[in-house]
Ligand binder design. Structure first.
Ligand SMILES: [Fe+2]
Length: 333
């Protein structure tokens, strides 16, 4: 299967973004302490059928917690997250978050783009991955709401396929604030939400994160998850880093309509356009590099149709962005 060449991070900053004047420099040798998760919950374990799993780049649902950062790396990440907190904004799901931090922090950018980490994530995921080609899908930071009890993030699936959720602050000793996922499919969750039924407590899983710098990896558009509110005042910060499948046959999944509701208007469309153009480039590059000299015309028809579907769908999404409604499954227990 052809593997895409990563899209370089933009060399110019969007209007309104500036680099932090002072911050730690990311050093993979000192800041990473990558470990493998002990267990892996598959999409089938969550209840997805073979047809739906076949459209996904891996059968992974979600892993048990694994270590990403060393103690020193976690301390640097916390320092950077605190420096970035002045840029926190709200959206319909999350009360305090920083997106686009990879434009402001070189540390966050370099950690998010680290090939050591993405190669490791690919091993865990079970398929090639690349750091996400949309910069706002890199290094997303969630901060605890000011008010105790308010959920950090409501039940939802992600606007991207592959991401890890890493604790930046130490989750030990903090009351509440758990990362939780639903042991079921997004279709079951939608049926529960539509019927106004509570989520059965025995289907909510709260993995124990052993410390700062530990993460879970999930196929985020398939696993329904949330971050619970704190029950006592404390600092709670998590970082979510996104990846795209490395195999160019799978890359098309981005909820641009939802991103349009969240990210700066002068950035979101440029990022999405660049992402789609990159996918097109990779498909064309692969085609140009591999002459077929075949009498089989159907492969060429399929190849052009795939490209035109990709671009037409993107054009439609951009045209209709204003019509999107905010999607989530609420705060239900
Ligand atoms: Fe999420």
């Amino acid at each position: 299967m052809p593997i895409a060449e990563a899209l370089p991070f933009p060399t110019t900053l969007p209007r309104g973004f500036a680099h932090l004047p002072s911050e730690p420099v990311f050093d993979p040798a000192r800041h990473l302490a990558l470990e493998m998760p002990e267990t892996r919950t598959s999409l089938a374990d969550l209840g997805y059928g073979a047809d739906e799993i076949a459209t996904c780049p891996s059968d992974l649902g979600i892993t048990s917690p694994f270590r990403v950062l060393s103690d020193e790396g976690a301390a640097c990440m916390l320092e950077v997250a605190r420096l970035l907190s002045v840029h926190a904004t709200s959206n319909f799901r999350i009360e305090r978050m920083v997106r686009g931090g990879a434009y402001r922090s070189r540390f966050l950018r370099d950690l998010s783009l680290s090939p050591d980490v993405s190669d490791w994530i690919a091993q865990i995921f079970g398929a090639p991955v690349l750091p996400h080609s949309i910069p706002h899908q890199l290094g997303h930071l969630n901060y605890n709401p000011e008010r105790v009890g308010t959920n950090v993030d409501k039940w939802h699936t992600d606007t991207l396929r592959i991401d890890y959720v890493m604790f930046v602050t130490d989750p030990r000793g903090v009351k509440g604030g758990e990362f939780q996922y639903f042991r079921g499919t997004k279709h079951e969750m939608k049926a529960l939400a539509d019927a106004g039924k509570p989520i059965p407590a025995d289907r909510i899983v709260s993995p124990t994160l052993p410390g700062p710098g530990y993460a879970v990896l999930q196929q985020g558009n398939m696993v329904v998850h949330r971050a619970r509110g704190l029950t006592e005042p404390a600092e709670r910060i998590t970082m979510v880093n996104g990846y795209v499948p490395g195999e160019i046959v799978f890359p098309y999944f981005t909820r641009y309509d939802q991103l349009y509701l969240v990210d700066p208007r002068h950035v979101v469309t440029e990022e999405y356009t660049r992402h789609v153009a990159w996918m097109g480039r990779e498909i064309l590059r692969h085609r140009l590099d591999h002459p077929s000299y075949s009498e089989d015309r159907s492969a060429e028809v399929a190849s052009f149709e795939r490209l035109s579907t990709l671009f037409a769908a993107a054009a439609n999404e951009i045209r209709n962005a204003n019509e999107a409604h905010a999607e989530h499954f609420g705060d239900g227990e």
